[in-house]
Design a protein around this ligand. Structure first.
Ligand code: F3S
Length: 585
């Protein structure tokens, strides 16, 4: 009886390296790894040893006999991956991938012939923490992690939905990374404002930017700036207690909300808007958001996409999770779930990509369900609609769409084209979720066309297609654009750190002019409200204690002054001695 990868799979591939029989795919050295929505266990090859279970940072791997009813669907999602890939079975099976795998996992060895390597990492989310981990696997390396926010872990804390606590468990791994010798936090410090790139380089051999992609793409239509229209990212930041958004307010007095775009963020927001607030109360959702959701009048969330069902941007595991959500009915207008000619052709030939084939299986499951019970909250999936205007005078009252149809271009590719037909949908809240882009940092090159820091395999370039900038590196979404999952950042960071270590070992990095104690003095001079590792530990502890008193996972503190005050009691006491220890090493 095999083990099974379930919904919270983060794709960081820790399980792949733990598995003694190489039965988890795709592996980081296989071409489909970067686009895979999750990893899959081959039921025919799994010997049920359980090694992957303890390796998985988010407890996504479950023995078949322990699958819950809502997890049963993952049995076929795992198994079908190997059926769908039978043509490439030789490629992904067997032991021939082992040597390449070992090459990916082997961290570049830092030269002991030079002074200890010192690296600043900007950002403290998954990309940053995997880079820190990769560097700290070697003795003597010092890593200082900076974040403009007073709390760490980026999108794991402020992006992952509160009802996805298993996914948030990956922060336990980040806590472990942060306890390694040589690690220090400088939270609440903004690069480009409190410190410059050049000042960082004066105190480190290298700087790695891991700041993510925090701004949203806009629709560019009339009414987009009306009250009641905003980005799903802002809504997510609000319910997750992001300090910049904790005091935002959203009008939940209308019975319908509309989300434009149908990726996983859209599913998260729709789920949170329709969930039983008492279930959310046990999570770490922000206190403000919980109060607003308890008073919410939203009964229906409409998720709208330009293209068809087969092109849905959400992933199979997230959609499977939505279909098993206890509080809501998921509804699809059947005439809009039609397939385009290309998808139908591939379906008939049995050549659909695994993820699309699985989405069609899920579509059938929805169609076979009995009619939704009256009075239940609904999430309605709509397709082939492009928003043309957000309606309302002083506040959103609805949204207008053009209906689209499939057309085949001269190149044979299927696209959608707006027809003359239009439709208006009443709504009091419109949230856009159509993609992210990076935000420039003062003093660091930026490729405005694609919204990333220009780079070659993680080495920053002085301009797109330009020359390498000595000592500057990049990882995560700000390196490759907003693609992949939490764990995708692990292999991304391995590549960047590999380049950095190679540059250090071959003498291409400049020895810092000043040491760690000078950096510490400079940071505290410029930013008295800096929060270090000990300070974060106090905050973390306080949040957990408040949560426990209220029978919650944690109660997030969102007020910056309160966070700084909590951290200050330990900043001076615990951090400095540890810092001196680091200097002696
Ligand atoms: Fe199966 Fe996991 Fe062992 S996939 S072979 S139980 S490492």
């Amino acid at each position: 009886m095999p083990h099974v990868v379930t919904q919270s799979c983060c794709s960081d591939a820790s399980c792949v390296y733990a598995c003694p029989v190489n039965c988890i795919h795709p592996t980081p050295d296989e071409p489909d790894f970067l686009t895979a929505e999750m990893l899959h266990i081959d039921p025919a090859a799994c010997v049920d040893c359980g090694a992957c279970v303890s390796a998985c940072p988010v407890d996504a791997i479950v023995p078949q006999k322990k699958l819950t009813e809502s997890q049963q669907v993952f049995l076929s999602i795992n198994a079908d991956f190997y059926k769908d890939q039978d043509a490439g079975r030789a490629r992904i099976g067997g032991t021939e991938t082992r040597p390449a795998l070992a090459k990916v996992t082997a961290a570049a060895e830092v030269s002991r012939d030079r002074e200890p390597l010192r690296v600043a990492i900007i950002g403290s989310g998954p990309a940053a923490m995997y880079a820190a981990d990769e560097l700290l696997t070697q003795p003597g390396v010092a890593v200082n992690v900076f974040d403009r926010l007073p709390v760490p872990h980026g999108l794991v804390r402020a992006g992952v939905a509160p009802d996805h606590q298993k996914t948030k468990q990956v922060s336990r791994l980040y806590e472990t990374i942060a306890t390694q010798p040589g690690f220090e936090y400088y939270l609440n410090v903004e690069i480009g404002k409190h410190l410059t790139h050049d000042e960082l380089l004066a105190h480190h051999h290298a700087v790695i930017y891991a700041v993510g992609a925090s701004s949203d793409r806009k629709l560019g239509i009339d009414g987009e700036d009306l009250p009641g229209s905003t980005s799903a990212t802002n809504f997510v930041a609000w319910y997750n207690g992001h300090p910049d958004h904790a005091d935002d307010a959203f009008d939940l007095s209308h019975r319908r909300a509309v989300i434009i775009g149908n990726g996983n963020v859209a599913l998260d927001v729709a789920r949170v808007l329709t969930a039983d607030p008492e279930r959310l109360a046990e999570t770490d959702i922000s206190v403000n958001a919980l109060a607003a959701l308890r008073a919410s009048k939203v009964e229906e969330v409409v998720i709208v996409a330009r293209r068809g069902f087969a092109q849905s941007a959400f992933t199979v595991p997230e959609f499977a999770g939505l279909l098993s959500a206890p509080d809501v009915e998921v509804v699809i207008e059947s005439d809009e779930a039609q397939l385009d000619a290309q998808t139908r052709h591939l379906l008939d030939k049995g050549e659909l990509p695994h993820a699309v084939a699985q989405k069609l299986v899920q579509l059938e499951q929805i169609r076979e369900r009995p009619a939704p019970a009256p009075g239940r909250k609904r999430i309605v999936l709509r397709y082939l609609l492009s928003p043309t205007a957000i309606l309302g005078d002083n506040h959103v009252t609805g949204i207008e769409f053009a209906r689209n149809e499939f057309v085949v271009g001269d190149d044979g590719a299927v696209r959608v084209k707006a027809t003359e037909s239009t439709e208006k949908v009443d709504a009091g809240l419109v949230l856009t979720s159509i993609g992210y882009r990076g935000v420039p940092i003062d003093g660091v090159p930026f490729d405005d066309a694609v919204g990333v820091i220009p780079n070659t395999d993680g080495r920053v370039l002085d301009a797109p297609g330009g020359s390498t900038l000595t000592g500057a590196y990049v990882t995560g979404w700000i390196k490759r654009g907003p693609t992949g999952f939490i764990g995708t950042n692990k292999s991304c960071a391995q590549q960047t750190v590999g380049q950095l270590v190679d540059d250090f070992n071959t003498g291409r990095l400049t020895t810092p002019r000043a040491d760690n104690s000078a950096l510490d003095r400079l940071v505290r001079e410029r930013r008295a409200a800096v929060i270090d590792r000990a300070g974060w530990r106090s905050i973390d502890e306080a949040e957990r204690q408040r949560g426990a008193r209220a029978h919650r996972v944690r109660e997030k503190i969102t007020d910056e002054a309160e966070l700084v005050a909590l951290a200050a009691t330990t900043n001076q006491v615990e951090s400095r001695p540890r810092f001196r220890r680091k200097l002696r090493s």
